[in-house]
Design a protein around this ligand. Structure first.
Ligand code: TXA
Ligand code: MG
Length: 314
């Protein structure tokens, strides 16, 4: 951990586990380090990073104001998988926030992430540790597969317990707005702050996690009409199935089937989602078919990721 913190302080890049997905971390206040993160991920510079902290006291250096609603959300969900978009202070580099007047901040709960930030003594900017647009990493091997030796150090903390990215909320507009559905559900947030609007898909990009195609496999994917629906396949198509729960029928037309949760538990399904997508993608099949799930609770985040994965390339 001392070595990792040292790498961060010297402007290097450390991949580390969080409760959601693995992050590719650097000193959030060092523009050169942040530039390397963009380069390594091949991330477009219009896509701002999330800054990770361990104490609320560090907000003083990073943000101008914190609304009452933000405070309530922090009280309810920090540390944990909730990211808040707040008006930034000048000393947060423009590169970190892609020139936006706001900065996205999250206080992770994962002990390895927390130890790293604490030991480094600086806020850590970290996007998911995958090449831009690809499926997020939920274990250290995924980081090795995607970024390999372009990262200075990888901290292996085992598989991520949640498996989908943090929920992103912004209170800087007229209404509290959900920018990215994640593991903290809309219902949980509404219980704390009341009405929340969902960001319009057509809006100019404030969160490229909202880009139509993102979290995407190389293999084209289609979403089935319902759980248990049988796809119409073309000719000799070699296809894989991503099933939400144990399939109700045996379809021998599939070359491979990944079951996200045999008992149909959404938490388990979310935890397994990205690893299953990567395994199916590695088979070099012609097409993947994914079963949908109910867009309730965590299901909203799962369907958001599946839809963005299923958007055709052109
Ligand atoms: O769970 C997570 O949030 C993970 C772990 C590593 O913490 N991180 C993550 O980072 O998912 P990334 O870079 O893959 O996604 C960050 C999202 C992007 O869609 C970005 O556009 C949005 O946060 N974002 C960052 N700063 C923003 C801002 N100032 N306003 C609006 N959206 C912002
Ligand atoms: Mg990402």
């Amino acid at each position: 951990m001392r070595l990792a913190a040292d790498v961060i302080r010297r402007g290097g890049l450390v991949a580390f586990p969080t409760e959601t997905v693995y992050g590719l971390g650097c000193d959030a206040l060092n523009p050169e380090a942040v530039a390397r993160v963009f380069e390594v991920k091949q991330r477009p510079s219009f896509d701002p990073l999330i800054v990770h902290i361990v104490t609320r006291a560090s907000l003083d250096r990073l943000v101008e104001t914190i609304s009452f609603g933000d405070h309530r959300l922090m009280d309810a969900f920090w540390p944990g998988p909730l990211t808040l978009v707040l008006p930034k202070r000048e000393q947060v580099p423009d590169l970190t926030t892609a020139g936006l007047p706001t900065v996205a901040i999250r206080m992770p709960a994962h002990p390895v992430a927390r130890a790293l930030i604490r030991e480094a003594g600086v806020p850590i900017a970290a996007p998911s540790a995958n090449p831009f647009g690809y499926v997020s990493p939920t274990c250290a091997q995924h980081v090795v597969d995607g970024l390999g030796d372009r990262v200075d150090l990888i901290l292996d903390g085992g598989p991520c317990p949640i498996g989908v990215e943090s929920t992103i909320m912004s209170m800087v507009g007229t209404w509290p707005e959900l920018l990215r559905p994640g593991s903290i559900t809309l219902t949980e947030i509404r219980e704390v702050i009341g009405p929340v609007v969902r960001a319009a898909a057509s809006r100019t990009v404030v969160a490229p996690g909202q880009l139509p195609r993102h979290y995407a496999t190389g293999t084209p994917m289609s979403i089935l009409g319902a759980q248990g629906a049988r796809p119409v396949m073309h000719g000799h198509e070699r296809a894989g199935l991503l099933a939400m729960s144990a399939p109700v029928y045996a379809d021998e037309r599939f070359c491979a089937i990944e079951v996200l949760s045999p008992s149909g538990d959404l938490r388990e399904a979310a935890r397994n989602l990205f690893a299953a997508l990567r395994r199916l993608d590695a088979l070099g099949l012609d097409r993947l078919y994914a079963e949908p799930c109910d867009e309730q609770g965590l299901g909203l985040a799962v369907m958001d990721r599946l839809r963005r994965c299923a958007v055709p390339l052109k």
